[in-house]
Ligand binder design. Structure first.
Ligand SMILES: *Cc1c(COP(=O)(O)O)cnc(C)c1O
Length: 379
């Protein structure tokens, strides 16, 4: 059961054979084997991970949610904000934009602070916005904006949001478990992530780690039955981990295995070191091959990197994609609007040696330099 290529895409990503193997067994959704043996331990483990390095605050709980990551985000946004509430979204990419779009779909009053994809929203602008619009009740932000790979400084924003007395929601989809996030210390009210990013599970479920007091306030607020975060939580709490509707059992069991493998690796700290090593190997090699990064180094996350297209008429992303796919690597198209670019993810069951192999493959296929080479020959 060999994979034809390594996924250098930030979700779904390459998973271990042992994670995939756990999906060969079927589970009964109301049996204790599943609920007490799989679901509840997962909920607890996520909580422990989220609070491990915070000044431990046990006032949090975990809710698992069916669907891709966006379903979990929509569930949190649609359940947390009351009918008379107003959401402020900090935006520097497509995922921040998506949060604002969710709010619009759900008829939630929403305002935004938008900057370019390689920049951070300024803390001054955030402070001023909160001071000037007293109607704002909730603030949402993306931690690693996967559009570019920029890592937004939640440790700078969170104190401002909390000092203003607002509820804070963080989309930590592509960062949770890949870097330490002090959830309780930062006062994050809702943190949202999914199975198929840094935890290295398979796609099909997301989760929300939230303050119990805030979850209780969600009762009756949801704009959607299936995405009602409060009901989902209440059902899990009251029934030893039973999901409200059919749970993606194989995905959940694979997720449990992925969590076990995260612990075996040495926890978030060890994983963060591996991802940083992947990132460093890639960046150094890409720079040596004349590729430029879209995001400046200090703002770049260790999860995914964006590179500007080479300045050559002969460059064609699809052609590069096909060449690398042939060599066993799948990369990602770019999403930054102002700059033609492509992305390479470095999370998942991927190691610095894989980055090195990718760089070797890339060096073999510099087809966009052919014209220069010809010119040099004729000169
Ligand atoms: C992956 C991701 C999501 C969720 O995307 P889905 O395609 O719904 O899984 C949301 N936010 C960020 C920042 C992401 O990286």
């Amino acid at each position: 059961m060999n994979n034809p290529y390594l996924l250098l895409t930030p979700g779904p990503l390459s998973t271990s054979a042992t994670v995939k193997q756990t999906m060969l067994r079927d589970w009964c959704t109301w049996d204790d084997d599943y609920n007490l043996g799989v679901v509840q331990p997962i909920r607890q483990q996520l909580l422990d991970m989220a609070l491990a390095t915070s000044n431990c605050d046990t006032a949090y709980s975990t809710v698992l949610m069916q669907g891709s990551g966006t379903f979990a985000v929509e569930s949190a946004i649609g359940s947390a904000i009351p009918a008379d509430g107003k959401l402020l979204v900090l935006i520097n990419g497509a995922y921040g934009q998506r949060i604002a779009e969710i709010a619009e779909y759900l008829n939630i009053a929403v305002v935004t602070l938008v900057v370019a994809e390689h920049e951070w929203v300024s803390t001054v602008a955030l402070t001023e916005m909160l001071a000037s619009d007293a109607d704002i009740t909730h603030v949402a932000m993306v931690h690693c904006e996967t559009t570019s790979g920029i890592l937004n400084p939640i440790e700078r924003y969170a104190p401002i949001v909390k000092a203003a007395g607002k509820v804070l929601l963080v989309d930590a989809m592509s960062s949770f478990a890949g870097i330490d996030i002090k959830v309780a210390d930062l006062g994050i009210d809702f943190l949202i992530s999914s199975a198929n990013k840094c935890i290295q599970g398979v796609p099909g479920m997301g989760f929300v780690i939230a303050k119990r007091s805030e979850l209780l306030l969600c009762e009756g607020r949801a704009r959607s039955l299936s995405l009602d975060l409060f009901c989902q939580w209440k059902t899990m709490e009251d029934n030893n981990g039973k999901w409200r509707f059919t749970s993606p059992t194989h995905v959940v069991r694979a997720f449990q295995q992925a969590l076990t493998e995260l612990v075996l690796e040495g926890g978030i700290e060890a994983r963060a070191i591996r991802y940083a090593a992947n990132h460093q190997t890639l960046i150094k090699g890409m720079q040596a091959q004349d590729f430029q990064c879209v995001v400046e180094v200090e703002k770049q996350s260790p999860f995914i990197s964006t590179f500007v297209y080479p300045d050559s008429e002969l460059f064609d992303f699809k052609k590069l994609y096909d060449c690398l796919k042939e060599e066993g690597f799948v990369i990602y198209p770019g999403k930054v609007t102002a700059t033609p670019c492509f992305r390479i993810g470095h999370i998942g069951e991927v190691y610095p040696e894989d980055m090195q192999r990718l760089l070797t493959a890339l060096a073999k296929h510099r087809f966009w330099e052919q014209e220069d080479a010809l010119e040099n020959v004729s000169a």
